[in-house]
Design a protein around this ligand. Sequence first.
Ligand SMILES: Nc1nc2c(c(=O)[nH]1)N[C@H]1C(S)=C(S)[C@@H](COP(=O)(O)O)O[C@H]1N2
Ligand SMILES: [Mo]
Length: 509
Amino acid sequence: MTTRLAHATAAMGVGILATLVGVAAGHLVAGLTEPAASPVLVVGSTVIDLTPTPLKEWAIARFGTHDKTVLVGSVLLGVLVLAALAGLLARRRFAYGAALLLALVAIPAGAALTRPGAATSDVLPSVVAGGAGLAALAWLTRARIREERRPAGSDGPSRRGVLVAAGTLGIAAAAMGGAGRRIASYRSRTTVVDLPAAADPAPPFPTGLDGRVPGISGFRTPTGDFYRVDTRLTLPIVDVDSWTLTIDGDVDQEVTFTFAELLAMPLVERDITLTCVSNEVGGTYIGAARWLGVRLTDLLERAGIDGTRADQLLSTDVDGMTISTPLALATDGRDAMIAVGMNGSSLTREHGFPARMVVPGLYGFVSACKWISRITLTTYAEQEAYWTRRDWATDAPIKISSRIDTPRPLATVQAGRTVIGGVAWAQHQGGIERVEVRVDGGAWQQARLGPSAGNDYWRQWYLPWTAEPGRHSLAVRAVDGEGDVQTAVRATPFPEGSSGIQEIVVNVA
Ligand SMILES: Nc1nc2c(c(=O)[nH]1)N[C@H]1C(S)=C(S)[C@@H](COP(=O)(O)O)O[C@H]1N2
Ligand SMILES: [Mo]
């Protein structure tokens, strides 16, 4: 390597290391104050919000649950490229490099201040990142310049100076970043809160087909396996003792409930299958659980909504994220609730601790606000929720659908007697009446259904199949309690949910 190239490479390394020190210091301060305000994460969240819907849908489809890792990785990569440039500039003239570094820090600072629900203190991690980054850049640049001026061939203290500075800063960055991460995850760990028994319990949960059809989705989804979809890169830290839920807007009187006050109300327990509008045909953004909570109508009654002009419930979470729900559907007699419990325990942080909305039959993005803190009675004309502003549907009932769990697509199946099995759902549309399977484009054959846990819950199904050697295509469709047949017409998730029939290919050997 020529000396020039070596110097330039080292200068870029200096910029990158200094920036990493800043990012790590910011992450540590964020861990202690507001994890979501960590410089890289706050930029990531802002990118999520600014990403046009089609690109977001493509990313979810392409990367699935890794979409956020890809996003944070891309942001970090962009930062590091600019950081290398700052290092090059600083070698020429320190002020230039410093200016670029500060400009770089202005991005998360600005993002932190403009997030919904932002506090002024959210700028702190970025300010600390800037300070630490600059100090590291100054130290390293000075050490490097001393090293560059050293006569060639000599191995003096200046070289050691660079190595010591770089080593110290590298270790400091790793330690601060790691500590910030640990502190944030400690503070957002799941705490289990004791919940009272339901005044209106669900019937005993039937035994599903889990043991009898290997490979089928569990009749109830364990909380740890339950899909998670939200716009967050970190979990909110909510103190259950100071948390409240307020109902305001066009109501007779604004009311506020503490967690203890919610638990003192009659609790209902229901089996409900949640579905994400981004679920593709055959996808995994669906989960079935037993929920415990307060009826939404009981809460709305306390606020008084008889004379309301509202057509929308605008839910806001503890950080200002908004989700709309059609008032008429949420109060039409279905088991809409503010849930505090899931599968026999208090909610986990991932799924909305301490409370969230659950409305059977509506996709999660228009019903299932997690970490809920406010419900405002308003109109769609007056206020727009997060996804409404992004042109998603406001009235979005879950479409009837079905999925093949076993065999897996492109699996090799042993010839002979086997089983095709999966789940089907038509929440709040009379549930699942029938499931039909088609092999190699033949006639639709009626599958056998597992037990029912109510119309708001999915149904397991299976069909015994004598598999002959060769390639076979398997398709499934469902029929709901109102006689509606799952359509074969394909629709993308945007703007109101996917449709179509899942068809997979398997090899029988
Ligand atoms: N506060 C908040 N609530 C939210 C979301 C969100 O991004 N923020 N995402 C919604 C979406 S799109 C879905 S599908 C459900 C998913 O709930 P789960 O993560 O518990 O499965 O939560 C809903 N509630
Ligand atoms: Mo969703």
